[in-house]
Ligand binder design. Sequence first.
Ligand SMILES: [Fe+2]
Ligand SMILES: [Fe+2]
Length: 312
Amino acid sequence: MNELADVVEAGLQMLQDRRRTLGQPTDITQGDRSRIARQLELAHEPWEQARQALVSQPDLVAALDDLWPRVIPYLIKGNEVSPVHHIAHVVSFMARIGLIEVSPIQLKQGVLAALFHDIGIGDCALPKISEASIQRAGPVERERLRRDGIASRLEHMKLGAAIASKQLLACQQQHPEFLTSEDVDVIVDIVGSHDFSKIPLMEDHVDRRWLLSPDQADWLKQCHWEADALWMLTPAGILVDLERENEENTPENRRAKFLFNLGLHRQIISLYASAYSPAEMNQFGFHDGLLYRSRTGYGLAVALEQLNATNP
Ligand SMILES: [Fe+2]
Ligand SMILES: [Fe+2]
């Protein structure tokens, strides 16, 4: 048995534990195995892109290579909620944004936060509810979905922060010169709050406590948010959305899903505009009314838009 096979088996064990906890049949089917193999295959390209982008940061690449097999079992546990390759894409986007937009220390913190950010999903008892399903539901159903959606978002962040903290402290013990206590605090804070910005999309009012501030203190969180959001614009992310919603994989549906997801990236900023003054909105500097404030994140979004327009 090779090393990856051991990692996958550990993940399948955890997936069985999850199903047992949820009162579901625990059998691992051939369908489970092939879905997970496919997700791992789809993770390969963005993972390599991230490693190549970070060639100037060999210690960070070494840490990623060391931590990835420790993270994969958790991702397999949560693969039915969020696929394994989502994380590889977010790590890759965060690496590219961080290289340009933040200091080398923040780059390390942001990339490791991207690696761990959804690690709690497999431990969630509450089902993940998308903004799309909330918006499409009737008024009574919408209220229930809203409440459950917010609760499950909060749950995956809280559980994820606890798992990330444990893994990072173990890593810090092995490499104290690479990972400081401040690094661990910053990373766990991002993991524990990374989806706060999505909560106003589910609520019927805007509460500033979920929103980032326009000052420098939240800049790394902003870059991480952009990296996470860019996934929804990638061909791989669009395919996951279509499958989740049982929609056919056609060029028309891919185009429509892309535009819907881009619309969410615009809608959240209209919510910011209802909570902040025009002067503060100016200070944020959102590009084109979308959630992107960094030039690099916005450039990646534009490139994905062009890709979808020419080759939906
Ligand atoms: Fe998340
Ligand atoms: Fe995510």
